[in-house]
Design a protein around this ligand. Structure first.
Ligand code: AP5
Ligand code: MG
Length: 185
């Protein structure tokens, strides 16, 4: 059973490539961003608490996403693709513990590498089509800052475990999907 993390900056293509990976390996896709946006759309108590934080492009509290992930792993039987989680070293440490609690282990972490100007171009393009609340230039800059200060160290965490697969995230969506399949094996 595979359990994979897809990792990268905002706009790197995590969600886009997740579709190909879950299809190819028969995994359950879990995106913390999608789960949190659903809480906001449903106007739950949690949604009301996190709306301003997400609109500002900041990370929500580790405890909130960890609880969501614990439930998601407990409910899964196929193996999982984690998209947008872990985003801090503390979350990465908890993921290892959670997987081991359910008798699993992380297979690898797939890291999409995309330069900043292309990230900005993609997200501003998506803003015109989808209108996601955090896709505007000021908030994208905050998201990139959060990524650089809090999330990037997670890459070293997996490099030290020998689980990091670096993928060139530039090119056509199909070419990148093929690179990822080759790296996962
Ligand atoms: P989240 O939803 O995870 O957003 P993100 O990381 O900012 O990344 P995106 O979803 O914007 O980009 P993506 O990498 O998925 O790229 P995509 O495939 O969409 O998180 C949102 C917020 O939730 C956070 O800011 C935080 O507040 C909170 N949050 C979530 N998880 C959390 C956690 N674990 N802890 C704490 N807080 C958390 O592609 C982007 C665009 O580019 C699309 O339009 C796509 O069509 C296009 N595109 C994709 N590939 C290509 C390509 N090869 N060429 C050209 N265009 C492409
Ligand atoms: Mg995404």
């Amino acid at each position: 059973m595979k359990n994979i993390v897809i990792f990268g900056a905002p706009g790197a293509g995590k969600g886009t490539q997740s579709d190909f990976i879950v299809e190819h390996y028969g995994l359950t896709h879990v995106s913390t961003g999608d789960l949190l946006r659903k809480e906001i759309a449903d106007q739950t108590e949690l949604g009301k608490r996190i709306k301003n934080i997400m609109d500002a492009g900041q990370l929500v509290n580790d405890d909130i996403v960890v609880e969501m992930m614990d439930k998601a792993i407990a409910a899964d039987t196929k193996g999982m693709l984690f998209d947008g989680f872990p985003r801090t070293v503390a979350q990465a440490e908890v993921l290892d513990k959670l997987l081991s609690k359910y008798g699993r282990e992380l297979t690898c972490m797939v890291q999409l590498e995309v330069p900043k100007d292309e990230l900005m171009r993609r997200l501003l393009e998506r803003a015109k089509i989808q209108g996601r609340a955090d896709d505007n230039e000021a908030t994208i800059n905050n998201r990139l800052q959060e990524y650089n200060s809090k999330t990037k160290p997670v890459a070293d965490y997996y490099a030290k475990q020998g689980k990091q697969k670096l993928i060139d995230g530039l090119g056509t969506i199909e070419d990148i999907a093929a690179r990822i399949r080759q790296a996962i094996g």
